[in-house]
Design a protein around this ligand. Structure first.
Ligand SMILES: [Zn+2]
Length: 174
């Protein structure tokens, strides 16, 4: 059994209290990520540490670890893509405050009045980390495809001399 993350948190309060979260998210519950997956079994291991830095910026330091099953665009087979995300997000209450964040932070914009589901930020980060064109890092096409390709190349010189061969073949049929 694994620990579920809470569905609603107030990240600013978490930062104020220096809280930590640890748990797992089922991949099948990430509806925006799901269409990119070959198989949505599995989980993301999530660690979040909330705190306030020396100049008063609330932040979340996160580590998200998973292995996604994607479709290889060459062979259309399953491709296992391990992802480890280390992220440092500065909490801001409005988009216009993003420019005030120190450089080491990526912004996490949270509407003042709303609780957030921590799984949403995990899903955002995973989507950003997906490969543009998932492909196996080896020749993954079935052997026959490569072999027939080689034969075509090898046959070309013979084909140039083939009209006579074709003619004689036709003649011999009569
Ligand atoms: Zn492949």
């Amino acid at each position: 059994m694994h620990q579920q993350l809470p569905k609603e948190i107030d990240p600013f309060r978490f930062a104020h209290n220096g809280r930590e979260l640890e748990g797992e998210i089922e991949l099948t519950s990430l509806s925006r990520l799901k269409p990119s997956l070959f198989n949505d079994a599995g989980t993301v291991k999530v660690k979040m540490r909330f705190d306030i830095d020396q100049i008063g910026t609330p932040y979340m330091q996160g580590q998200f670890v998973t292995e996604l099953s994607m479709t290889c665009e060459r062979c259309m087979g399953e491709l296992l893509y391990p992802i480890t995300i280390e992220t440092l997000l500065g909490l801001v209450k409005h988009e216009r405050l993003v420019s005030k964040l120190s450089e080491q932070y990526e912004p996490w914009i949270i509407d003042e009045s709303e609780f957030v589901n921590p799984a949403d930020v995990v899903e955002d980060e995973l989507i950003l980390a997906l490969p543009l064109v998932p492909k196996h890092d080896f020749d993954c096409l079935p052997k026959e495809v490569w072999q027939s390709g080689d034969e075509e190349v090898g046959e070309k010189p013979e084909k140039q001399a083939s009209p006579f061969a074709v003619l004689s073949a036709l003649k011999s049929k009569k």
